[in-house]
Design a protein around this ligand. Structure first.
Ligand code: DQA
Length: 160
């Protein structure tokens, strides 16, 4: 059985990955992610069970995060798309669900011309951000989550 369950969660317009503005977002689809994760995790690939979900809806993203918490998912790699820059509701959700989350972007949002893309509502509630590596950003986010989860203190190691 895998040690960690990780949800790879995509927001609006990311269902069209590979087709949508490939000059910005690349021509690979989400189907490339498991292979890249295996490349990055190597011998530890079996430690991770990946779940994928994409929705165009802001509420549906929140519903899926709440479900992940109920299901005991260990961590989330979240590309919230444009909701990254606009959604207080999504930020509020991440603030309470208590799941380690990495913010993911295919493009380097800090280098893009629209100033709004440099603002993240969710950034305060994530353990880190991976941006600018195209589809590989997801694999690097999964790797970061694994290292983060490995470093969590275990119950046995917690001083009484
Ligand atoms: C994106 C960047 C966002 O600004 C944009 O709205 C997206 C994709 C990225 O992966 O680079 O939809 O999150």
């Amino acid at each position: 059985m895998a040690r960690y369950r990780i949800l790879v969660l995509n927001g609006p317009n990311l269902g069209a990955l590979g087709v949508r503005q490939p000059d910005i977002y690349g021509s690979a689809g989400m189907d490339a992610v498991p292979g890249l994760v295996a490349q990055v995790l190597g011998a530890r690939t079996g430690d991770v069970e990946l779940e994928f979900f994409q929705t165009n809806g802001e509420g549906a993203l929140i519903d899926r995060l709440e479900q992940a918490r109920r299901d005991g998912v260990d961590g989330v790699a979240l590309n919230a798309g444009a909701y990254t820059h606009t959604s207080l509701a999504l930020a509020d959700c991440l603030a309470w669900i208590g799941l380690p989350c990495v913010e993911v972007h295919l493009s380097n949002v800090l280098a893009r011309s629209e100033p709004l893309r440099q603002k993240s509502y969710i950034g305060r509630h994530v353990i880190g951000v991976v941006a600018g590596f195209g589809i590989t950003s997801y694999a690097l986010a999964v790797q970061s989550l694994v290292l983060h989860l490995d470093a969590r203190p275990t119950a046995a190691a917690t001083p009484v």
